[in-house]
Design a protein around this ligand. Structure first.
Ligand code: NAP
Ligand code: ZN
Length: 352
């Protein structure tokens, strides 16, 4: 075991502050990584403030962070995929049982014994896993991803959650050339969805509550932008979409979007507002529409997404911050005031 600097929160109302955490000495299958950048996902904020207490209560202290890019510093004797000096990435999961039907089908993200990067029982050290707001992490090689060499690390980190969470459902629901695709909420996930859907060749319409994001949406790859609070603008798109991805972090009217799907269209929600949403049966049954959810993606698909991003030169638009600004960043995230993902430069932790 060795000690690493990290930022943690002591309770749902405490700010994140400097601490030291234990990391395990690497086993033969482990990769030890010096973290260069870690994105700030809204899930970090939901968890730090225990907003998901009903579904996954937070154990304190919590060290969040699951959009990790770093440099390999050590590898175990059985590690074949990585060597010291390589760039490597870690997303939302660090382990799974590897034997259940979900794992065998490549869906580690649905494994009943999946271990999240933070706030999951840690079978090596006891207590819970600690995430990427830290100078280092030790992860089984099965859960470490390769980073395409042309992608810059700061903007690559958010691909590990925001990227795969939007890539996976769009692949699942056949977002391709010529499909009309909506993206609801232009935040960290939403802006990745726009870039990816555009790269898949879809006709992309962004729904935003923030009129000041209109120009950016077009620059990111949207063909049209709708200010969702404007009923007339919404009405123009009635019954016209093949697929809509909802990436909103707070309570909102989901039926307003379901009614924009044509027959057999699908709306997939990836946003995880803490309170249940009221879904209208009529909105679904009248056009045989479907409403579904999606949770990150499996490891093979995450690598596929990274390789796709490498090929198409896609990274997140990031505002790089030192870790000392993390609490301020959370307040700005709540106000939808980030273009479009905070990425923490972990070198800032060295000076503490
Ligand atoms: P984010 O950067 O904060 O983006 C959320 C966006 O939602 C905002 O930028 C805003 O977009 C819109 N929004 C916020 N409050 C709203 C409100 N009251 N009404 C309508 N729209 C509102 O968050 P994120 O990191 O992209 O995460 C989004 C959600 O996905 C979170 O709940 C997160 O926990 C969840 N998530 C799920 C998964 C998964 O696997 N399913 C993975 C990662 C994250 P506009 O300004 O454009 O309106
Ligand atoms: Zn996330």
């Amino acid at each position: 075991m060795f000690k690493a600097k990290a930022y943690s929160a002591a309770s749902a109302i405490s700010p994140l502050a400097l601490t030291t955490i234990p990391r395990r000495d690497g086993t033969e299958n482990d990769v030890q990584i010096e973290i260069l950048f870690c994105g700030i996902c809204h899930s970090d904020l939901h968890s730090v403030r225990n907003e998901w207490s009903e579904f996954m209560p937070t154990q304190y202290p919590i060290v969040p962070g699951h959009e990790i890019v770093g440099r390999v510093t050590q590898v175990g004797s059985a590690v074949t995929k990585f060597k010291p000096g390589d760039l490597a990435a870690v997303g939302c999961m660090v382990d799974s049982d590897g034997t259940c039907p979900e794992c065998r089908a490549g869906f580690e993200n649905f494994c009943p014994n999946m271990v999240l990067t933070f706030n999951s029982p840690d079978k090596h050290l006891g207590a819970v896993t600690y995430g990427g707001y830290s100078e280092s992490i030790v992860v089984d090689q099965r859960f470490v991803l390769r980073v395409p060499s042309n992608l810059k690390p700061a903007g690559t980190a958010p691909l590990l959650c925001a990227g795969i969470t939007t890539y996976s459902p769009m692949r699942r629901w056949g977002v391709t050339n010529g499909k009309k695709v909506g993206v609801v909420g232009l935040g960290g996930l939403g802006h990745m969805a726009v870039k990816l859907a555009h790269a898949f060749g879809a006709h992309v319409v962004v729904f935003t509550t923030s009129p000041n994001k209109k120009e950016d949406a077009i620059r990111l790859g949207a063909d049209e932008v709708v200010i969702s609070r404007n009923a007339d603008e919404m009405q123009k798109h009635a019954e016209s979409f093949d697929f809509i991805l909802d990436a909103v972090s707070a309570d909102h009217d989901i039926n307003a979007y379901i009614s924009l799907l044509h027959r057999d269209g699908n709306l997939t929600i990836v946003g995880a507002p803490p309170k249940p949403l009221g879904v209208s049966a009529f909105a679904l049954i009248m056009r045989r529409r479907s409403f579904s959810g999606s949770n990150i993606g499996g490891i093979a698909e995450t690598q596929e997404m990274l390789d796709f991003c490498g090929k198409h030169n896609i990274t997140a638009d990031v505002e790089v911050i030192p870790i000392q600004k993390v609490n301020e960043a959370y307040e700005r995230l709540l106000k939808s005031d980030v273009k479009y993902r905070f990425s923490i430069d972990m070198a800032s932790l060295k000076s503490e």
